[in-house]
Design a protein around this ligand. Structure first.
Ligand code: UDX
Length: 438
């Protein structure tokens, strides 16, 4: 199948390369010429495990091309929309400028029978509006909504072997049948592996995505709320999570208390959902998501407060080593990163912050040039008055407390991800503080 992918960011670049890996002939289009020149040379423009390998293998087979010219999408039968829907400046709603611009620029290159497939996360109602625009701009072309559930760090695996596929199809039965047949061909490999396919309407498909992210965010904020209580009564949140997680109705996944969630999806998606529900007159149905957001943001403040408390209120010109900058390990993404936020707040309070991350230093530096950065753990730790672990990269989880103790000025550690063994750190002479742990 000849396909185009409009938007080659974290979602689109992985989708384009994965579609080519699955045997389709792919053209990826983006307005960012640097990103496209990297991808055209089959180099990954950001850090994502396995992406360099599939870019190289699909590129070598001649199935994967990239362009800054949307006209090159012409001739493809299926056109994936994978552009960003960031939070609107000055508000909570999603900014649909890029989605609208992508559709408008694509329309002159569509042919009757083409299928436009939305993958971006959008407010419910967007697909119906865009479908009308596609039908008006190119009679005979169709639109489907096919949300993406990939996790950064596992994006290639999640795209090639998804745990479910959702098709939001047009209401016209002939168009729906054509769109379903095209999508079945696109996802033939996953379907052959018995991946569940939910075939539904536009609005359900749009809601599935935001509901899934709202649920995940709520699960994380639930355990972080319990951590706040645990902190008051000296209980242990990790044992609590283990104990409730054994109940298969609850499950242990996404119950890791810590500095909270960040990234390009969860924070902005719950806010956009709240804004859309209010527009629909159902704001109260998801008003709890405002609390989910507030709990999440309080955890960042809690880490900052703990550092100040452990330093006896004297943070000015104290060297604080911040371990981690990306919003989670195995990613260089710093969008709404709790780790970067903590580093910036500590700097704002007067600390001499030295932040270390194996992959996210360039992205962090562009956003916050006022911080000192290094990719070398020893440099970050040397002479530090306090150490704060905020992204649980394997190299930080596996840090040797005795080696680290020899480098720092004062052995104080705040484990913002509850990923270290408190007993081992205390045995090596450290004062250890976790999140929601005594
Ligand atoms: C998320 C969804 O998981 C994915 O399905 C959707 O397509 C996009 O949004 P992603 O943003 O890559 O994926 O990250 P995810 O693994 O969900 O983690 C989100 C944030 O939650 C990270 O900052 C992570 O550190 C945090 N988190 C996760 C916790 O704080 N505790 C947990 O138990 C799990």
């Amino acid at each position: 199948m000849k396909v185009s992918v409009i938007g080659c960011g974290y979602l689109g670049a992985v989708h384009a390369a994965s579609m080519a890996e699955l045997g389709h002939e792919v053209i990826g289009v983006d307005t960012d010429s640097h990103r496209i020149s990297e991808l055209a040379a089959h180099r990954a423009p950001f850090y994502e495990p396995q992406l360099p390998e599939i870019l190289a293998s699909a590129g070598a087979k001649g199935r994967l091309r990239f362009s800054t010219d949307i006209a090159d999408a012409g001739g493809a039968r299926v056109h994936f929309l994978a552009v960003g829907t960031p939070q609107k400046a000055g508000g909570y709603a999603a900014d649909l400028t890029f989605v609208d611009a992508a559709v408008e620029s694509l329309i002159p290159h569509l042919a009757p029978g083409d299928l436009v497939v939305g993958k971006s996360t959008v407010p419910v109602g967007t697909a119906a509006r865009l479908a009308a625009r596609v039908a008006e701009g190119c009679p005979g072309a169709m639109l489907a909504w096919n949300p993406e559930f990939l996790r950064e760090g596992f994006a290639v695996k999640d795209t090639i072997t998804p745990d479910r596929i959702v098709y939001g199809l047009p209401s016209d039965p002939d168009h729906a049948a054509t769109a379903k047949a095209l999508l079945d061909e696109i996802y033939a490999t996953a379907i052959a592996r018995d991946t569940p396919v939910v075939v539904t309407d536009y609005q359900t498909a749009e809601l599935v995505k935001v509901a899934a992210n709202a649920f995940l965010a709520t699960k994380i904020s639930f355990i972080n709320a319990m951590a706040e209580i645990a902190e008051v009564v000296d209980a242990d949140i990790t044992q609590l999570a283990d104990a409730i997680g054994y109940d298969s109705r609850i499950g242990r996944k996404f119950l890791n208390a810590g500095v909270g969630f960040g990234g390009g999806c969860l924070p902005k998606d719950i806010r956009a959902f709240t804004a859309r529900a209010e527009e629909l007159g159902r704001g109260e149905s998801v008003s709890f998501l405002k609390e989910v957001d507030a709990i999440n943001l309080r955890r960042r403040q809690r880490v900052v407060d703990l550092v100040i408390e452990m330093l006896g209120g004297k943070i000015y010109q104290r060297k604080v080593a911040v371990l981690g900058l990306s919003f989670k390990p195995e990613s260089d993404d710093t969008r709404d990163s709790p780790a970067l936020d903590v580093a910036v707040q500590l700097k704002g309070r007067g600390a001499d912050v030295v932040a270390v991350d194996p992959k996210a230093v360039p992205n962090s530096m562009r956003k916050h040039p006022q911080l000192a950065y290094t990719e070398d753990l020893e440099t970050a730790l040397s002479g530090a008055h306090a150490v704060v672990l905020v992204t649980e990269w394997a190299q930080y989880r596996q840090l040797d407390p005795e080696w680290a103790a020899r480098l720092v000025r004062r052995p104080l550690i705040i484990d913002g991800r509850n990923c270290l063994d408190p007993a081992a750190w205390r045995a090596a002479g450290w004062t250890y503080r976790g999140m929601g742990r005594s």
